[in-house]
Ligand binder design. Structure first.
Ligand code: PLP
Length: 416
């Protein structure tokens, strides 16, 4: 096997499904089989595949220029996208640093946090606080703030882990009283360790790859206030939650708070090209201003601000706004609540729904063995991992297709 696949034991013979064509929410396999994509290709293809307006934006930019370095040169797609991102993200996030993937966007955020303090002469604040079950990417520092041991087992002895807190309890709808204990744990942690903490990093409201645990906006509000009190930066990793996935444009909007740094990726470029954006407040940005280069942020991915990626991102945001995607997402959520949330079965531990995310957690991962093959048979693309079978569909999915995706999940349990 010449091609080395992700998250794979290459010694195992594993069926992979060759895609020949994709259009709308459908994947067409080489054998002619048509699958409804319930995963949005790792949560990115929010408008579906082969979208005419996105294709047009891509081609138009390619005919102009596909790439120029952002060192010393400048271009409209990068400037316009920065402007747009500042406009649509929580108030106060005024500056945008581009990179080429979510993991690198997280690295940028973590480096910025440490250097922000160094630039003030403080070299003590070098550690990070994160949540259990967090996933922030596969690069080294991103692994250090992540807590998914499956991804990290071979590196346990080289990772310099910081501090971790329990995932807040009570789910999305938990009240301030219900998360009181979690907030107390956070406060105690900050009280004890703020002197060495550069930042607290979270996936706001939904921890995706770490098991789709959901928690309350009340916790984010409290975290915002406490991080302020203890002078610890707050980083929101919205690589998965950004661009409508939780029912609002950004998860931060549910809590009405502005983090010091926010990372966007995945759906940013609608599944066309890898790109990410790390946004900061002016307080952070201004902390890097100075005479020489010693305070400057010396980081610059080759493909940062790639014009094709920026042009697609701009068009994608345009579509979200003009075609009222938040309404579409609301309808998806309603359908999940009506048809997926009531699922009960002795093998099902919990069902969680928020925005365009529907998750069934089983009691034992063995209960999902063979699920992908079964779903493909049924004409749906779903790929469970661990104890979770989930769907994060493209927002443009028609009701019939969505109902089909949900019924393929619930029928799996009925037939057991
Ligand atoms: C996917 C993901 C990342 C990593 O993004 P890549 O583009 O795969 O590097 C980081 N954070 C979160 C929350 C993610 O879901």
């Amino acid at each position: 096997m010449k091609l080395w696949y992700p998250y794979s034991q290459m010694a195992n013979k594993m069926s992979r499904y060759p895609v020949q064509k994709a259009e709308g929410v459908h994947l067409y396999l080489k054998d002619g089989k048509k699958l409804i994509d319930g995963v949005s290709s790792w949560w990115a293809t929010i408008h579906g595949y082969n979208h005419p307006a996105l294709n047009e934006a891509l081609v138009k930019q390619a005919e102009n220029f596909s790439h120029v370095m952002l060192g010393g040169l400048d271009h409209q797609p990068a400037l316009q996208l920065a402007e747009k991102l500042v406009q649509i993200t929580p108030a106060g996030l005024n500056h945008v640093f581009y990179s080429d993937s979510g993991s690198v966007g997280v690295e940028v955020a973590l480096k910025m946090a440490i250097q922000f303090w160094v630039n003030q002469g403080n070299k003590q604040k070098v550690k990070f606080l994160a949540l259990k079950n967090a996933y922030h990417g596969d690069t080294f520092k991103a692994m250090e703030v992540g807590d998914d041991s499956d991804f990290q087992i071979p590196f346990g002895h080289v990772l310099h882990k910081g501090f971790f807190l329990s995932t807040p309890s009570g789910g999305f709808s938990a009240t301030e009283d219900e998360v009181e204990g979690d907030i107390a744990e956070l406060e105690q942690m900050l009280q004890r360790n703020h002197r060495e903490l550069a930042a607290f990093i979270v996936e706001p409201l939904v921890q995706c790859a770490g098991g789709f645990k959901m928690y309350s906006p009340a916790y984010l509000k409290a975290a915002r206030a406490l991080c302020h009190t203890y002078d610890v930066l707050l980083i929101f990793d919205e690589v998965a939650t950004g661009f409508g996935r939780t029912g609002k444009l950004f998860a931060a909007d549910h809590a009405g708070v502005t983090p010091d740094i926010m990372v966007l990726g995945k759906a940013l470029t609608a599944g066309y090209l890898g790109h990410a954006a790390t946004l900061t407040t002016s307080r952070i940005f201004d902390g890097f201003l100075g005479e020489g280069y010693d305070k400057a942020f010396m980081h610059g991915p080759t493909f940062m601000g790639n014009p094709l990626a920026c042009a697609i991102a701009l068009k994608s945001i345009n579509l979200i706004e003009e075609e009222n995607y938040l309404k579409k997402i609301e309808q998806i959520e309603r359908t999940f609540r009506e048809r997926l949330a009531p699922l009960q079965h002795e093998k099902v531990h919990a069902v969680r729904v928020l925005g365009a995310i529907g998750v069934v957690e089983v009691k034992d991962s063995k209960q999902l063995e063979g699920f992908t093959e079964y779903a493909v048979q049924e004409g749906v693309w779903l790929r469970p991992f661990g104890k979770y079978v989930y769907t994060m569909p493209p927002y443009v999915m028609e009701q019939d297709d969505l109902v089909k995706v949900i019924s393929v999940i619930s029928n799996w349990f009925k037939k057991q």
